[in-house]
Design a protein around this ligand. Structure first.
Ligand code: NAP
Length: 288
């Protein structure tokens, strides 16, 4: 069994990005600049945004954090988005999801200029991804592709089961792994909450991408010997032995499943750091 160590893989990609930044600056080009918009004080969102800002500093990007009150109106938030669209010093930006209930996420996503949409959520980027055209790939699936590639996981001809069909993870992941490219060329099954008998599907899968948002959903009896497992889920569960009072677990029952696998990504330290690195790669691309 091999650990698909997202933390280490992400660090090595960050070194490559930092070199590219140095080369850009030496050639007289601008320093890539990422902005992140955070609405409200959601603890998990704040953690993610801070990690993204920290990663920018590590690779030599400029970053700007735009913190807005939870009760900001949709119109005011749209104005902030337009300001970022129009600011030539900012190459790319993200609006951290989820947004408060009174704001329509989709309206905000569609207001972000596709040229600055480094999360890859705008319909134009999603459409270009489906057609295999140049675009910003959604950060989590892009990070997973990098994790597979950098760890020499062969995907061609493999049966891949993607658990979950969200717009940001499962659905684009299924499209990217089915594409005629490398990584890709998988035969993909996409499962969701209405899928019958997931176990019969998972037992046939060579690769499983678990993104259902249910703690320890994937158990050892659902996995065939030698499978490759990527765990996307992140859940905070109470743990009084930790200073923070909680620990993170994934959608996969790692302790039970790991010994059956050829390779498996842990939580934390798997997909999370790869998502951030994918965002950095998109920002570098946006800087041109
Ligand atoms: P989501 O929007 O809640 O989507 C969950 C998907 O799982 C849906 O398609 C749902 O089916 C399906 N599902 C739920 N329960 C199921 C069940 N019992 N059997 C089969 N399918 C089921 O979640 P998401 O945004 O994709 O995120 C998934 C997980 O990944 C979460 O834990 C999230 O925190 C984590 N995440 C991590 C990262 C990272 O960087 N590591 C990034 C994004 C998300 P329906 O469509 O039928 O409802």
């Amino acid at each position: 069994m091999r650990i698909l160590n997202g933390k280490e893989t992400a660090e090595s990609i960050k070194l490559e990005i930092a070199e590219e930044v140095k080369a850009r600056l030496a050639a007289g080009k601008s320093r890539p600049h990422l902005a992140a918009v955070l609405v409200g004080e959601n603890g998990a969102s704040l953690t993610y945004v801070n990690a993204k800002v920290k990663a920018c500093a590590k690779v030599g990007f400029e970053s700007t954090l735009v913190k807005l009150d939870a009760d900001i109106s949709e119109e005011e938030l749209l104005k902030e988005v337009h300001k970022l669209n129009d600011d030539p010093s900012i190459h790319g930006f993200i609006v951290q999801l989820p947004l408060p209930d009174h704001i329509d996420d989709q309206r905000i996503i569609e207001a972000v200029s596709p040229e600055k949409d480094v999360d890859g959520f705008h319909p134009l980027n999603v459409g270009r991804m489906v057609l295999g055209l140049p675009c910003f790939l959604p950060a989590t699936p892009y990070g997973i592709l990098q994790l597979l590639e950098k760890n020499d996981i062969q995907t061609e001809g493999k049966h891949c089961l993607v658990l979950g069909r969200s717009n940001i993870v499962g659905s684009p992941m299924s499209i990217l792994l089915a594409r005629n490219s490398s990584p890709g060329n998988c035969t993909v099954t996409l499962a969701h909450s209405r899928t019958k008998d997931i176990k019969s599907l998972s037992l046939q899968a060579d690769i499983i991408i678990a993104a259902v948002g249910r703690p320890h959903f994937l158990t050892a009896d659902m996995v065939k010997e030698g499978a490759v497992i990527v765990d996307v889920g992140i859940h905070r569960i109470e743990d009084k032995t930790k200073k923070s009072g909680y620990r993170l677990i994934g959608d996969v029952d790692f302790d039970e499943v790991a010994s059956k696998t050829e390779a498996i990504s842990p939580v934390p330290g798997g997909v999370g750091p790869m998502t951030i690195v994918a965002l950095l790669k998109n920002t570098l691309q946006a800087a041109g």
